[in-house]
Design a protein. Structure first.
Ligand SMILES: Cc1cc2nc3c(=O)[nH]c(=O)nc-3n(C[C@H](O)[C@H](O)[C@H](O)COP(=O)(O)O)c2cc1C
Length: 398
C-alpha cells in the first residue's frame, strides 16, 4: 500500500443541495433546497468541481498536507475517489497519480497565490466551440443582437454607457483635435472580424508587428543575472512574463505552422508545420470556434511564464492581475502597430486554455495561455459582427 497526503491546492464551499423530485418537475414546481447543504470541492489540480460526502470530508480532514501517511488506515474506496478527484495525492508512480502529484509539487514551487489558482484553473475552458453548422456571420450577428434584447428584457437596460457627475465647478476642456500621425493611428484602432484570404500578409508586416509589438528593445540589470527587458508595452516589475506563440496561416515567405517567437534574436522557431487551412482551424479551435478571428493571417497565443513573475511576486495577491494586464498591454500595442500598418487586428480571452496548453506542450503551471490576438489584411467589406461607431450619441429610451 502506498502513501498519501492532502493537496494544499483545493477549496471547499457549502452549496445548496436540491432533491430531484420528478413529479414536481413535471408539474413545473421549482426545486427547493434540501435542509442540508452540499460540500463542493474545487480541485485546483484538475480544474474540476466535485460534490463530496461526509465520509470524504472526514478522510480529508485526517490526512495532512505536509507529510505522507500510509493509506492503509483509510477506506480504500474513499481514498481512491479522493485521489481521482485530485484532492489528495499519492506517492504512486502510476498515471494519472504521478502527474497529479507532480502538478501539486510544481504549483507549490512556482509561487502561485491560492486565490489566483482558484480563479485561473476553475475558469479555464476546454472544447468550447460556438460554431454551428454552416451558420454565417450575419446569422451570428442576429443571434447576438437577439441575446442582447433578451438581456434587456430580463434585467432592464445596462448601466449607462458613460457616468456623469454633477458638480458646481465644471471645467469645459478644449477638445483639440490632433492630426499628428500617432493620433491618427490611435483613431484607426479597431477590432476586425473579416480577414482577406486573397491577400497574403507581407513578411515585412509580420516582422514589424513582432519587432514593435512583442520585440525586445533593451536590457537592464541591477543584480547580476537578473535581467529586465524593454518592450513597447509596460510590465509589472519589469519582468515581461508573456511569451508569444505565432500561429502563422498566410504570411509571405513563412511556412504555415505553430512557432515560438524568440524575441532574444528576433526569430521564429517552428514547432510544428501546418497547412493554411489547418492553421485557420487550429486558431479557430483555440478561440472557441471564433473562425472570424481564426482565419486571420497570423494569430498570437500570449502565454504567461507564470514563474517569471512569481519568482519575484511569490504567493502575491496582485501577481495574477498584473499578468493579465501585461497580456492586455501587449494586445493593445499589437492593435496599434496593426492600425499603423493598415492591418486588421483582434484580441480575445474566450479561449480553450486547457486545449492550448496541450497543443503547445505547456504544463499550465509554470506556463500557460492568457489570451490570443492576431492580425492580417482586412476584407474591403466590414463583417456584420463589427459595430459601426458614429460620433452621435444615441438617445436613451424613456
Ligand atoms: C479582453 C477582451 C476580450 C475580447 N474578446 C472578444 C471575443 O471573444 N470576441 C470578439 O468578437 N471580440 C472580442 N473582443 C473585442 C471587443 O469586442 C471589442 O474591443 C469591442 O467590441 C470594441 O470594438 P473596437 O475594438 O473595434 O473598438 C475582446 C476585447 C477585449 C479587450
Amino acid at each position: 500500500m502506498g502513501e498519501v497526503r492532502r493537496t494544499a491546492h483545493a477549496f471547499f464551499s457549502l452549496e445548496d443541495a436540491y432533491v430531484l423530485d420528478v413529479d414536481s418537475l413535471l408539474q413545473g414546481i421549482p426545486l427547493t433546497a434540501s435542509d442540508e447543504a452540499q460540500i463542493v470541492a474545487m480541485a485546483i489540480l484538475t480544474g474540476e468541481r466535485h460534490p463530496i460526502d461526509k465520509r470524504d470530508w472526514e478522510v480529508l480532514m485526517s490526512i495532512p498536507t505536509d507529510r505522507w501517511v500510509n493509506e492503509d488506515g483509510f477506506d480504500v474506496k474513499v481514498v481512491r475517489g479522493l485521489l481521482d478527484k485530485g484532492l489528495i495525492v499519492s506517492d504512486s508512480g502510476d498515471s494519472p497519480y504521478r502527474e497529479l502529484r507532480e502538478r501539486d509539487e510544481a504549483m507549490t514551487a512556482t509561487g502561485w497565490h491560492p486565490y489566483a489558482t482558484l480563479y485561473h484553473y476553475l475558469t479555464q475552458w476546454t472544447g468550447v466551440d460556438i460554431r454551428d453548422g454552416d451558420r454565417v456571420d450575419a446569422e451570428l450577428a442576429a443571434e447576438t443582437a437577439a441575446g442582447v434584447r433578451e438581456l434587456v428584457a430580463d434585467y432592464g437596460l445596462p448601466p449607462t454607457e458613460l457616468p456623469h457627475m454633477a458638480s458646481d465647478h465644471r471645467v469645459a476642456l478644449p477638445a483639440r483635435a490632433r492630426s499628428e500621425p500617432f493620433f491618427r493611428t490611435l483613431m484607426q484602432r479597431r477590432t476586425t472580424r473579416a480577414f482577406d484570404p486573397e491577400r497574403q500578409m507581407s513578411l515585412d508586416d509580420l516582422d514589424t508587428v513582432l519587432r514593435y509589438g512583442f520585440g525586445v528593445h533593451g536590457y537592464a540589470s541591477r543584480v547580476e543575472g537578473v535581467v529586465c527587458i524593454k518592450r513597447t508595452s509596460p510590465s509589472g516589475g519589469g519582468l515581461h512574463p508573456i511569451t508569444v506563440y505565432p500561429i502563422v496561416a498566410n504570411v509571405e515567405g513563412v511556412a504555415p505552422g505553430v512557432y515560438h517567437y524568440n524575441a532574444g534574436d528576433h526569430s521564429l522557431a517552428l514547432l510544428s508545420s501546418l497547412t493554411t487551412e489547418e492553421a485557420h482551424e487550429l486558431a479557430s479551435t483555440f478561440m472557441a470556434g471564433q473562425s472570424y478571428f481564426g482565419t486571420a493571417h497570423v494569430s498570437f497565443v500570449l502565454a504567461a511564464r507564470f514563474y517569471r513573475n512569481h519568482w519575484k511576486y511569490r504567493r502575491h495577491a496582485r501577481a495574477y492581475a498584473g499578468i493579465l494586464m501585461d497580456a492586455a498591454h501587449l494586445s493593445q500595442t499589437l492593435y496599434l502597430v496593426a492600425a499603423e500598418l493598415e492591418l486588421g487586428a483582434f484580441v480575445t480571452i474566450a479561449i480553450n486554455g486547457r486545449d492550448i496548453e496541450e497543443r503547445l506542450g505547456l504544463d499550465g503551471v509554470e506556463a500557460g495561455p492568457i489570451a490570443v490576438c492576431g492580425c492580417g489584411p482586412r476584407l474591403a467589406r466590414r463583417s456584420p459582427l463589427e459595430p459601426r461607431f458614429t460620433p452621435d450619441r444615441p438617445p436613451r429610451p424613456a
